[in-house]
Design a protein around this ligand. Structure first.
Ligand code: GAR
Length: 213
């Protein structure tokens, strides 16, 4: 059986991309990263992709000021690399209808809060601290047109500690992200995510027909 071809979109550091690449290298994730796209030419994660021998594509704001143009360029590259699952790993733009329509039910996002709390931005740890919650965490969810409101695949809770500042809390959440995101991709690759309404059921591997398992 051929490996699931994953496309990853990033905007920055790319540590979640690295977690996926590392899980693949360790043999814990039966998938291949076919291409990494970024909307920022200076995203550090691009170097991580190159080091792993993964093709990269950049649709920078300077070159493509309109979001639709940037995403059209990224979509072209995803198609050229036959991507089957799109993973948003720190991608800081809302997906427009062209990208979303191309991958119905096939886009995962990692967000550093327990959704539906503190969605819709790139500073969830800061927002959680400012609100005063005692528990935060991270969420992997399917992406829909409603930003950060798509069906939830996996969540991990992270307690807020008295001494936490944004950096400390975000760092502890990030550790959980690195565990959760490759796991979610693996479940998708195994065909174990079943949507019922907005609930994602995780099917038991043993119950799957052999062809899928
Ligand atoms: C991660 O914490 C990710 O959850 C967050 O950006 C960071 C990217 O880090 N994404 C969002 O806030 C999406 N709204 P990384 O580039 O090191 O993976």
């Amino acid at each position: 059986m051929s490996l699931l071809r994953v496309g990853v979109l990033i905007s920055g550091r790319g540590s979640n991309l690295q977690a996926i690449l590392d899980a693949i290298a360790r043999g814990e994730l039966a998938a291949g990263v076919a291409v990494v796209g970024s909307n920022r030419a200076d995203a550090a994660g691009l170097e991580r992709a190159r080091r792993a021998g993964v093709p990269t594509v950049v649709a920078d704001r300077a070159e493509f000021p309109m979001r639709a143009e940037r995403q059209a360029r990224l979509l072209e590259a995803l198609d050229a690399h036959d991507v089957e699952l799109l993973v948003l790993a720190g991608f800081d733009e809302i997906l427009g209808p062209a990208l979303l329509g191309r991958f119905p039910g096939r886009v995962l996002n990692i967000h550093p809060s327990l959704l539906p709390a503190f969605g819709g931005g790139m500073h969830a740890a800061r927002d959680a601290l400012a609100y005063g919650v005692k528990v935060s965490g991270c969420t992997v969810h399917f992406v829909t047109a409603d930003v950060d409101q798509g069906p939830i695949v996996l969540q991990a809770a992270v307690p807020v500690e008295e001494a936490d500042d944004e950096l400390a809390l975000a760092a502890r959440i990030l550790e959980q992200e690195h565990r959760l995101l490759p796991h979610a991709v693996q479940l998708f690759a195994e065909g174990r995510l079943a949507l019922e309404g907005r609930r994602v059921r995780i099917l038991d591997a043993a119950a799957l027909p052999a062809a899928l398992g």
